[in-house]
Design a protein around this ligand. Sequence first.
Ligand code: NCD
Length: 317
Amino acid sequence: MEFRRKDLLGVADLEPEEIQLILDTAASFKEISTRPIKKVPTLRGKTVVTMFYEPSTRTRMSFEIAAKRLSADTLNLTVSASSAVKGETLADTAHNLEAMAPDVLVIRHYASGAPHYLARRLKCGVVNAGDGLHEHPTQALLDLLTVWLEKRKNDKEPVRETLTGLKVAIVGDIAHSRVARSDIQAFTKMGSQVTVAGPATMLPPYLETLGAKVTTSLVEAVRDADVIMMLRLQLERMGQMFMSTIREYSQFFGLAPRHLNLAKDDVIIMHPGPLNRGVEISPEVADGPHSLILEQVANGVAVRMAVLYFLIGGEKG
Ligand code: NCD
């Protein structure tokens, strides 16, 4: 299996074999971050540009650290201090950046489809770091990596074998979550059974066509779950009509220690961050022994190293 793509835009287009290849590579890259000198020369002389039109802590840092660990140069466009605020279009900004000859452009944008739009116009690789309500493929890949590494029986077991049959609950504001959309597709492609739960107003009608079971009951979703993924309310993307109060939401959809008794004994708790403690997840659960939330962040660096490696260096060499 080879990875021959110019861009990484979504989980929707990825084959299970490509996912396996990225995760195998990511798993082997994890070790680099434990060395005293956390750097290999693999992408020396290559340039990665990040362009974030929405706030980000983890994703942007993670791409930047990943690029640096592989010795690529990184450049960050701070959108609030860029010519975007002077009326330059996205395509013009991107063409101007491309004139500086980057190898990959990592973009997060509030408009669904913005990375796809650029990928069609630019010669360099484009990575979608989250587009509107649509996809966040590297988040889904790091989520798969986290579950795989935690649940596999030995280090030869392929991703699909580990993930097949696992019950994965994704709970919260599904409608506004690109993480949910990428995760549902990623986990179902690798054989897991995904149940999504949230208030009816936050459950769009197409979820079943993506392969998920749908419920408005948190209890039903977490019963016998192997993995529980909690999501933040994307308040910045919703109007007034999606829920009554945050307190009521938290009462019905906040994950508390009592819910863990319903799940499998070795359930793992995940969250893409940022957390709203006390809203969708109680501090006891977020910081408790089942939580892999910080492991997700560590795995994020390894997954992004693998993605940059394949898009820039990788098989094309
Ligand atoms: C998410 C995002 O921006 O899509 N965060 C992330 O990248 N880890 C989720 C969120 O904002 O709630």
